[in-house]
Design a protein around this ligand. Structure first.
Ligand code: TZD
Ligand code: CA
Length: 531
């Protein structure tokens, strides 16, 4: 007899899923019973870590990832991480165990009350199948929903007595089907878009995370080199879609309305690809676009396209559309933009400036390293000083929810064993999902965690200045010993205070093949660049 469990695992297997990121409870044990030998269970000690790891894994691998959470309490613990996965277009299939069908109406212990409601609005689809026989179909639908454009998380609540039930014969037909995105531009649409680009006098590209997610950075480079135009990373971009030392690259746009339109002044065409228009943060009154500019958005996300306040949008697959544009736009007969000057090496102070940490990292990290960043007050400095030339080199919490970087770094390292993952995390941010250290140690996942210890919620100090908010309590973080915390979770750790010590510690961590945490005391630089 084929059980609901057999068919569901076979469906997952055929869709490239062989890992379960999770934290178990009694409701989930029947799903995990006789756990298939070709699957790995990656245990997280907190559900935010499970979702964060799966988010990193899904983004870096380009494949859906499965998460198993415990009922309502586990789902609740994961909601912050879910906000990031939702904003990051991360294809997660999140399941939570429900009480048995026989008892659920009595609301026994561990009932997930109104389960499909709980994760909304941070999922594309949320469901509890009406019968055990409907479970394989629900997983099939969940998989195809999560991975279709725009990708995103889905949620399934499964009563725990369903797994041993007999599966319907008809569920076999689910195993071999697939759903693909196939939205390149038709020839008329392409001609219209190419014409608008070719007739622009001074176009500019703004590239977002979905360009990197679509593995379309090379096409973006070709397009920029034909247009000989400046390229900006979208505001608060959670991924890096363009080589940061390329002559066309100008850096990351700020996240205020007026600052963006000021920086883009003089461009008659602003072509935004794979990002919302725009992901603002601080409020700055002003026009969304500079005078005389028009905006075109290419997006895989219908909602992003619909809510943009200005411009025309084409919804489609970023990779084929960028390739179409790279092939068809006219090669401009003009010089390439001049590359930005390399930043001067940061002065060596005690404690170190974040800039000096990044200079060292840039010097000693292998060229194709991956940087997962949650050092919130030093984002511009990192983009300026770390050369990111390889696609998939940078990740940041897509919704700005702290607690992403440490678990995501673990998931990214699992998905990319051939590249070194560095998690650069602030001493504030490191406390939201610190349990990720245990998973890294337990499964020997060799992430290097660098804790930037400036003793404060630096970004909030900056924001308090923006808001003219004085006398704010709760911004200082004295007395946290991250090396001891790391050792407690089984991760080798050390404290460094000079570039030489940092570079030695990175070298030792790399030869150990194990995860390591390096605690660097840094200064809160009032004179430093602002985020
Ligand atoms: N809680 C969560 C889950 N997400 C958040 N974004 C915040 C609180 C608010 N927050 C920020 O947006 S930045 C920040 C906080 C608390 C400071 C982080 O401090 P840090 O880094 O030490 O990690 P810096 O470089 O000192 O800013
Ligand atoms: Ca800090």
């Amino acid at each position: 007899m084929k059980t609901v469990r057999n068919v569901t695992y076979e469906l997952l297997r055929r869709n490239g899923i062989n890992k379960v990121f999770g934290n178990p409870g009694s409701n989930e044990l029947p799903f995990l019973k006789n756990f298939p030998k070709d699957f790995d269970y990656v245990l997280a000690l907190h559900e935010g870590v499970a979702v964060g790891m799966a988010d990193g894994y899904a983004q870096a691998s380009g494949k859906p990832a499965l998460v198993s959470l415990h009922s309502a309490a586990g789902t609740g613990n994961a909601m912050g991480a879910l906000a990031n996965a939702w904003n990051g277009h991360s294809p997660l299939i999140i399941t939570a165990g429900q009480q048995t069908r026989a008892m659920v109406a009595l609301e026994p212990l561990l009932t997930n009350i109104d389960a499909p409601m709980l994760p909304r609005p941070l999922v594309k689809w949320s469901h509890e199948p009406a019968s055990a026989q409907a479970v394989p179909h629900a997983f099939s639908r969940a998989l195809h929903t999560a991975t279709s454009d725009a990708p995103g998380p889905v949620y399934l609540s499964i009563p725990y007595d369903d797994w041993d039930k007999r599966a319907d014969e008809s569920s076999a037909s689910l195993l071999n089907r697939w759903v693909k995105n196939a939205r390149a531009l038709g020839s008329d649409e392409l001609a219209t878009l190419v014409q608008r680009i070719n007739t622009a006098t001074n176009p500019v590209l703004v590239l977002g995370a979905d360009v990197d997610a679509a593995r379309a950075s090379q096409a973006a480079v070709t397009l920029a080199e034909k247009l000989k135009c400046p390229v900006w990373a979208a505001p608060s971009s959670p991924r890096c879609a363009f080589p940061t030392r390329h002559a066309c690259f100008r850096g990351m746009l700020p996240a205020g309305i007026a600052s963006i339109s000021q920086l883009l002044t003089g461009h008659d065409l602003i072509l935004v690809i794979g990002a919302p228009v725009f992901r603002y943060h601080q409020f700055e009154a002003g026009p969304v676009l500079p005078k005389g500019s028009e905006l075109i958005l290419l997006s895989c996300d219908q909602q992003e396209a619909a809510r943009a306040p200005v411009g025309d949008a084409w919804i489609g697959d970023i990779n084929p559309i960028l390739s179409q544009l790279a092939d068809h736009v006219a090669d401009r007969a003009k010089a390439m933009p001049e590359a930005l000057p390399a930043p001067l090496p940061a002065s060596i102070t005690h404690p170190l400036k974040a800039e000096a940490v990044f200079d060292t990292l840039n010097r000693v990290a292998p060229a194709n390293s991956i940087f997962v960043n949650e050092s919130t007050s030093t984002i511009p400095a990192l983009w300026q000083r770390i050369n990111m030339a390889t696609p998939g080199s940078y990740y940041l919490a897509a919704a700005g929810g702290l607690g992403f970087a440490m678990p995501a770094g673990v998931g990214i390292q699992l998905a990319s064993p051939e590249r070194q993952v560095f998690v650069v995390v602030g001493d504030g941010s490191a406390n939201y999902s610190i349990q990720a250290l245990w998973t890294a140690a337990h499964y020997a996942i060799p992430v290097i965690f660098i804790v930037m210890k400036n003793g404060t919620y630096g970004a909030l100090r900056w924001f308090a200045e923006v808001l003219d908010a004085t006398d704010i309590p709760g911004l200082n973080l004295p007395g946290i010993n991250f090396s001891q915390l790391a050792e407690g979770y089984g991760v080798h750790a050390c404290k460094v205070s000079t570039p030489e010590q940092l570079s030695d510690a990175i070298g030792q961590a790399r030869t150990s093949g194990k995860p390591a945490l390096i605690e660097v005391e840094t200064c809160w630089a009032e004179q430093g660049e602002k985020p």
